[in-house]
Design a protein around this ligand. Structure first.
Ligand code: NAD
Length: 421
């Protein structure tokens, strides 16, 4: 009997053996890669649990298919299913062009308050990469998903709203720094203590649970002191307040250095690292982007604001093979709502060609199973994808960059992963 995933006490997800999970196939290449991926999921669950666990897939509509059938891009029934069943998975959706229609992904994130955009950046041996030593790249990005300059509060120059806001800033607050006040569009960047803390708390909890060495707060606090700088400060304060026994912060290190000298501070840091404490540090975003290329082994969990996180996610994804293989999730760890998704778009030119790489959806499913606590099935798939790539049996995106590889269709790649489970 299919049952619902629910949220239990202490924010612990309750997952039955036959959970109903809604899925959206997606537009463009979505149906091709979804059909391939779902076969991998079912085969892995069957293999890991010998029939004692099975996912009951519930198809829900959104995007072009939905618009053609009902005139609605994101029907209420779909939104309700995502709310009711907590955990869901989706392929890419077309962003409708035209006035007044929000991106469907943004609608989902806002409606379910999915405040973490989670992106693991993991290297699979053999994947074509621009890095010299890509095997050193192993990071997990926690990008804040609801605030920042991405909140969508902006006004076009010349509108009554922009004029009113400009006049308020200039006349009431005495702002003199708007270089061209008559022709400026204006945007607002809200960054809250609550919003920063819930994101950073999730990142630290993840690092502790997964026994990872560090959390780096990535920000531009040197320039934007009260938004990005505050994000960093709130992060350090939260770490010391809520995770005192489990973490060691750079600020603690700085304090010890001042009070007792560098040698003592270094010793403290060493003992904490050996004792398995998570090191909490920070990096300015531009420097982080170069360090992530030059010394990726120094970074593990990354917690950052919305705009920085957008750039960082794609830049790091490129280090390990690009968007064909990059999974993602949008999560609210408090309500349990989570939507797992490929990070690429619908690549409409390749719709129904059965040629694209399904790995991003397959690995999003791996993240989903880890989130559900179905680690055995998740590990089976991760190993099988790794073996399939190592064997150089790959889709066109990797084939074009590999020597002596075998070219597979989307569905054949799934067959190969299933064989390698
Ligand atoms: P895209 O990601 O769809 O495609 C860009 C290129 O990346 C493709 O031409 C293809 O060469 C490559 N690519 C993408 N997915 C691949 C895969 N699985 N395997 C191999 N190669 C792959 O980006 P776009 O063309 O800018 O966007 C197309 C549409 O997708 C737009 O409507 C956009 O709004 C939408 N979009 C949706 C999402 C989402 O639903 N999460 C994300 C990004 C873009």
């Amino acid at each position: 009997m299919p049952e619902k995933i629910s949220m239990g006490p202490n924010n612990k997800l309750q997952v039955p053996n036959n959970p109903t999970i809604p899925f959206i196939e997606g537009d463009g290449i979505g149906p091709d890669i979804w059909k391939a991926s779902v076969r991998v999921f079912d085969a892995a669950v069957e293999k890991a649990y010998q029939g004692t666990k099975k996912i009951n897939w519930l198809k829900v509509l959104a995007g072009e298919e939905s618009f053609q059938k009902s005139g609605e891009w994101m029907p209420e029934a779909t939104m309700n299913a995502f709310k009711e069943y907590l955990v869901s998975i989706k392929g890419p959706l077309t962003t409708p062009v035209g006035g007044g229609i929000r991106s469907l992904n943004v609608a989902l994130r806002q409606e379910l308050d999915l405040y973490v955009c989670l992106r693991p950046i993991k290297y699979f041996e053999g994947t074509p990469s621009p890095m010299w030593q890509p095997e050193k790249v192993n990071m997990v990005i926690f990008r804040e998903n609801t605030e920042d300059i991405y909140a969508g509060i902006e006004y076009m120059t010349g509108t009554a709203e922009a004029n009113k806001l400009r006049d308020f800033l200039v006349n009431e607050l005495g702002v003199k720094k708007i270089r061209f006040p008559e022709t400026s569009s204006l945007g607002i960047k809200p960054v809250s203590k609550e919003g920063s803390e819930r994101l950073i708390r999730s990142a630290i909890q993840y690092a502790i649970e997964h026994k990872l060495p560090s959390v780096t707060l990535v920000h531009k606090g040197n320039i934007m002191k009260f938004t990005e700088g505050a994000f960093k400060n709130w992060g350090y304060e939260l770490a010391e307040r809520e995770f005192a026994g489990d973490v060691y912060t750079w600020q603690q290190w700085e304090r010890t250095k001042k009070e007792s000298g560098e040698a003592v501070a270094n010793e403290e840091m060493k003992i904490s690292a050996i004792g398995g404490k998570v090191i909490i540090k920070d990096a300015i975003a531009d420097n982080f982007l170069q360090q992530a290329m030059l010394a990726p082994q120094d970074y593990s969990v990354i917690a950052t604001l919305n705009l920085n996180g957008d750039y960082i996610s794609d830049a790091l994804a490129a280090q390990v093979g690009g968007i064909g293989i990059a999974p993602g999730a949008n999560i609210n760890y408090l309500t349990g709502h989570a939507v797992f998704e490929a990070t690429h778009g619908t690549a409409p030119r390749f719709a129904n060609t059965n040629t694209m790489n399904p790995s991003s959806v397959i690995l999003s499913g791996v993240m989903m199973m880890e989130y559900m606590g179905w680690r055995d099935a998740a590990e089976l798939i991760t190993h099988a994808v790794g073996k399939t790539i190592r064997n150089k049996t790959v889709t066109i995106d990797f084939y074009n960059l590999m020597k002596d590889a075998t070219l597979l269709k989307t569905s054949e790649f799934a067959d190969e992963v299933i064989r390698n489970l």
